[in-house]
Unconditional design. Structure first.
Length: 635
């Protein structure tokens, strides 16, 4: 029986929350024969629309019919239409889908009881700390979690006869910069409420540090609370009064519910989990037992983490510097593969970088009319792949597999899939494995930020190189016939001369052609038809010598250079050319189609011979043929 696969969808900005949730999922899934695939985006409202589009399109990568179930961390994917689209695709694929955080009518819902914890917190501020004037620092105006927390605060305030209107609410949009701006505005106005109740801990910590910059102390001058009980909030000074949703428990419940759904067992809908109020220093309470010892460990842990972070930063910045020097997609592939083969401590022993089949076009196109498709290509190019510590020699694989080289006897894993993109244009994706700590401490985020920024910078070099190559190539193309021109021919002769001199080339030949009757066509039918006559003559030559370069070196003169197999087949090739020309001459075609071409072939005769001498012999033979053709002895 094939191993079961569960798809997870989330953004990663709330890294502590997500990491705890994922560990809870792992707690339940670890003993089962299944793999989890986390499609992870770092989209945010603070990004440009094009960057946000590029991040979110990783959710379009999987064919959900290939999975057995899906869990959407919907409170972290709170962008218009995103959850609706994912749920709709799961339903169309016929797989069970769980929405964690935000209820959805067409999914099984595991949600948090925001009200119980927030009501306890508000009652605590009012009854224990005599708070009368609140400001609620919300997330976004359309976020259900934020709005439930807001309504709980509003209801508690009104029950105590306190005023609470829209003036008591400000919106941070979950952005740190906006939270800092809110704190600065209040500090500069000089009028503070009794307490700020923040929609999450990170907003609370940003506001506390911003107020400190203005000499405003928490909790002496104002009280501040958060939500989520992040690990940092307990060690922060002052420790942040918060509400613990127990994100690990939420992950375990989602996983258990999915197991029940896979076994066709009945499940509740919705499943609502309580939250727990935790009083700390930021609201004026004392330290919780054990907090002082935890703080004493912070310096040691910080030193250890900083050493790892410094090594990780150096590794990522080194990769970035290498990538920015690349001038082609192939060079980019080689550079990444060579570097990561030597050092992949940060990426781990199961890691993959894949480029979409259209990546070359994406990287070399600055054409505003270029449109990237919504879906990924059917095939991916493997830039780097390591599986169980062994570098895989895989060059391409089917996109539907998501991860290259997986086998049924591999240990179960959580694969984390993230997008590589330039704005809205997809380039490929990266696959980490079991990187719970990397998500938690934002190493994965830093890696992806540098990979994507490097792609943008590399694109400029790659694009300019592609443009220069194109211009160079076009400068060697004959505008009328689209074969190579005299300049390209002379450069090729120089190369042949060099290789002959160095002993790197031992066999070659030259075939010269001169188009007959061009003046007659021009005089009788006009120069336009003369041009058509030349193009038809060129087509005949190219068809006969389709594996050799063809050059137009004068008004009615062409040349073919023979190397390798065409050189070995030179006699049969010239015979076929002559036979085709005779057939054209005997046919009932229009004058501009009935081409006649004189020809002469000469070959390199070994040491002491010069390529110029070969050309001269071919020229002499060509004019001898032209004489015979004019005399009527040869068509």
């Amino acid at each position: 029986m094939a191993r079961k696969k569960i798809a997870l969808f989330s953004t990663g900005w709330a890294s502590n929350i997500l990491a705890q949730f994922l560990r809870g999922v792992h707690d339940e899934f670890v003993s089962l024969d299944l793999d989890t695939y986390l499609f992870l985006s770092y989209a945010t409202y603070g990004q440009s629309e094009s960057d946000r589009t590029g991040e979110l399109q990783i959710f379009r990568l999987p064919n959900l019919a290939d999975f057995d179930g899906a869990i959407i961390v919907s409170n972290l994917c709170d962008f218009p239409g995103v959850v609706d689209d994912l749920v709709s695709r799961c339903n169309a694929a016929g797989i069970p889908v769980i929405s964690h955080g935000i209820p959805h009518a067409d999914a099984i819902n595991v949600i948090m009881d925001n009200d119980s914890g927030m009501n306890h917190l508000t009652e605590h501020l009012i009854t224990e700390h005599d708070v009368r004037d609140f400001v609620f620092v919300a997330g976004t105006a359309d976020n259900s979690d934020s709005n439930e927390r807001l309504e709980s605060v509003r209801r508690s305030a009104l029950e105590h006869g306190l005023s609470f209107t829209d003036k008591n609410v400000v919106y941070s949009n979950w952005e740190f910069s906006k939270a800092a701006e809110i704190a600065r505005d209040f500090a500069q106005k000089g009028k503070l409420p009794d307490a700020f109740i923040c929609a999450n801990d990170e907003i609370a910590m940003v506001m506390i540090t911003t107020f400190e910059d203005y000499g405003i102390k928490v909790p002496d001058d104002v009280l501040i609370t958060g939500f989520d009980n992040l690990p940092d909030s307990a060690l922060f000074y002052p420790s942040v009064t918060s509400i613990d949703p127990d994100n690990r428990l939420h992950g375990r419940i989602c996983a258990r519910t999915m197991i029940d759904l896979l076994n066709a067992a009945p499940v509740e809908n919705p499943i609502k989990l309580p939250s727990r109020f935790l009083s700390r220093e930021s609201c004026g309470c004392t330290l919780a037992p054990g907090s002082a010892l935890q703080r004493l460990r912070v310096a040691t842990d910080a030193f250890r983490m900083q050493r790892k972070k410094d090594r990780g930063n150096w590794h990522i910045f080194y990769l970035e510097s290498l990538m920015m020097k690349c001038e082609s997609v192939d060079e980019l592939r080689t550079t990444l593969s060579d570097s990561l083969s030597q050092d992949h401590f940060l990426e781990g022993d199961n890691f993959h970088i894949l480029f979409d089949a259209n990546a070359h076009k994406t990287l070399t196109s600055y054409d505003l009319s270029y449109e990237d498709s919504d879906s990924y290509s059917e095939q991916q190019d493997v830039i780097f792949s390591i599986r169980n510590g062994n570098i895989q020699n895989i060059h391409h694989f089917e996109t539907s597999q998501i991860v290259p080289g997986i086998r049924e006897d591999d240990p179960c894993h959580m694969y984390v899939i993230l997008p590589i993109h330039d704005g809205p244009h997809k380039i490929g994706f990266v696959v980490f494995t079991d990187c719970y700590e990397g998500i938690d401490n934002k190493e994965v985020l830093l890696f992806m930020e540098k990979i994507n920024s490097s792609m943008v910078n590399s694109k400029k070099s790659i694009y300019l190189k592609a443009v220069n190559d194109y211009v160079k190539e076009m400068s060697n193309i004959d505008s009328l016939t689209s074969v190579k021109n005299r300049s390209a021919y002379e450069a090729r002769l120089d190369d042949i001369h060099k290789r002959l001199t160095e002993g790197k080339l031992h066999e070659c030949g030259i075939v010269l052609f001169d188009v007959n009757n061009l003046k007659k066509i021009n005089d009788e039918l006009g120069h336009y038809m003369g041009d058509e006559y030349l193009k038809n003559a060129c087509r005949l030559i190219c068809a006969a010598y389709k594996n050799s370069p063809v050059y137009r070196i004068g008004g009615d003169e062409f040349v073919v250079i023979l190397e390798g197999r065409p050189y070995e087949q030179r006699d049969s090739l010239i015979d076929n050319f002559v036979a085709e020309m005779k057939q054209i001459g005997a046919s009932d075609l229009r004058p501009e189609e009935k081409v006649s071409i004189a020809y002469g072939m000469a070959i390199y005769e070994g040491e002491g011979d010069a390529i110029d001498a070969v050309v001269k012999r071919a020229d002499e033979l060509m004019y001898a043929t032209k004489k015979r053709m004019k005399a009527g002895h040869e068509n």
